[in-house]
Write a protein that binds this ligand. Sequence first.
Ligand code: PEP
Ligand code: MG
Length: 585
Amino acid sequence: MALQIFGIPVSRGVAVGRAVLMSSARLDVAHYFVDPGQEEQEVDRLRAARQAVRAELDALQTELPQDAPAELSAFIDVHKMLLDDPQIGRETAVWIRRRRYNAEWALTAQLEVIGRSFDEMDDSYLRERKADVEQVVERLLRALRGTGGLARGMSSDEDLVLVAHDISPADMMQFKQGVFRGFVTDVGGKTSHTAIVARSLDIPAVVGAREASRLIRQDDWVIIDGDGGLLIVDPSPIILEDYRVRKQESSLARERLKRLKNTPARTLDGQMVELLANIELPDDCDSALQSGAAGVGLFRTEFLFMNRAHDLPGEEEQFEAYRHVLQSMQGRPVTIRTIDIGADKPLDTEADHRDGDFTHLNPALGLRAIRYSLSDPAMFRVQLRALLRAASFGPLRILIPMLAHVGEIRQTFALLDTARAELTSSGQSYGPVEVGAMIEVPAAVLMLPLFLKSFDFVSVGTNDLVQYTLAIDRADESVAALYDPLHPAVLQLLGQTITQSHAAESWKGRAVHVSVCGEMAGDPSLTRLLLGLGLRSFSMHPAQILSVKQEVLRADCARLAPLAKAVLAEFEPEGQQRALAALTA
Ligand code: PEP
Ligand code: MG
């Protein structure tokens, strides 16, 4: 019988493919398909790497000092033996020939297979030899580096899905070129940044599937049901057929939605709603425009800094990236958030570890987002200068993440002034910007008047607002069931933020623009509730825009407002469910 594994659905749709198992540590090797007909050349590349490693080991052995312990030479012999083992040579070549994996990928795939057979050994001495195999593979990977891979074909004859214990957001970004049809991880929550990137790739994904990477084997057939959070391993032909039909139906439904692209997002009672895109990289502007986004509501700039440990982007590179976004969006408003490094998005530079071994700390409550930027004002000013310069090329809003203290607000504005002064003194031009705050911690809601007085706009980061209100780590699957965007406390905070932002008109002379850019904004099942709470600006992954627009077109805000108010009045699940059902009726 087919094995079923349950996890947390994070990115919709169905993927069917063969499993590629990979340990997190090896996700950063290149993954691409060699072009058909080039397989033998890639096998030669692997062969050359094996020869290079053999020469390296021979040299090591001859250079051993006379008085070196005899075990050292025996140890090198073991490595040489492993290098010649058909499991590493011949079997790795099979991945290249049969799947057209590049040599590095083939090696790591084969390492997973060998690793498992070691794990299953009864003899603890033999089990520990796994480390030797890993060391030999590491040497081979190093030898392959710089030996110039072949032309990269992007398609495979067979669909593949990636199964890993964990995938960091940075590693996930590497899969943007579309090697895999779906993703599965043992750990993670619905709004972890890995899940967010999977959603932005618009590829079915299930996280928090606990034992998946142990239970699924290399090359197993797997169905990923990204809507139901279900994995089916080695499905029967009937189940497989059923899912293939579902897949077709869901792509047909998506095709139909595309007709809404140019329809104005106006409710039945004539309220205009702004549907904006969340992006991670400048090139995502294409998908934003294709989905009919009215602008960019959140550009998570930290992704520009990832996979760049020793070569962080400087002012020019950042300026070009921001200008590119503004120009691509052709006059539509663009909201660029200053870096939100930390928590589940570490930079992994030495500076990241400046407070010692931070794995012992709680990074979600630590040096993150604006705190990180303010801890390195020189780096922050580089980003602010790049942003101010880019502002000459289109309407730019700068968004500051995770503010909670008045001191942080003051320092941010002071650094903005300094950045402007630096540009003036170096004779560089810059444009006007609006400055906004993310509302992500309950403290910000409780002192909202200060935020509304200080900023031009606010944007509610519900992913973090839920995390910090309920004290639930958004990336931890063991508490995922308690991560509830509909928790009455979260809804109170959200409702207050929207109402008070509008009410600023009475004392500030104008309402403060408020939007939601957390994952709640892109969930069509919540669109009516948010409209009822008064929200008129939503920012989400481009892939979600048309589904949310469909809900907007069917909504009547005048009818929804009292119904949403009734939801806010309920603190117990039964009552809340009744009130929510009335909203969707
Ligand atoms: C949020 O917290 O809701 C948000 C949009 O920011 P991020 O998901 O990047 O933390
Ligand atoms: Mg956030």
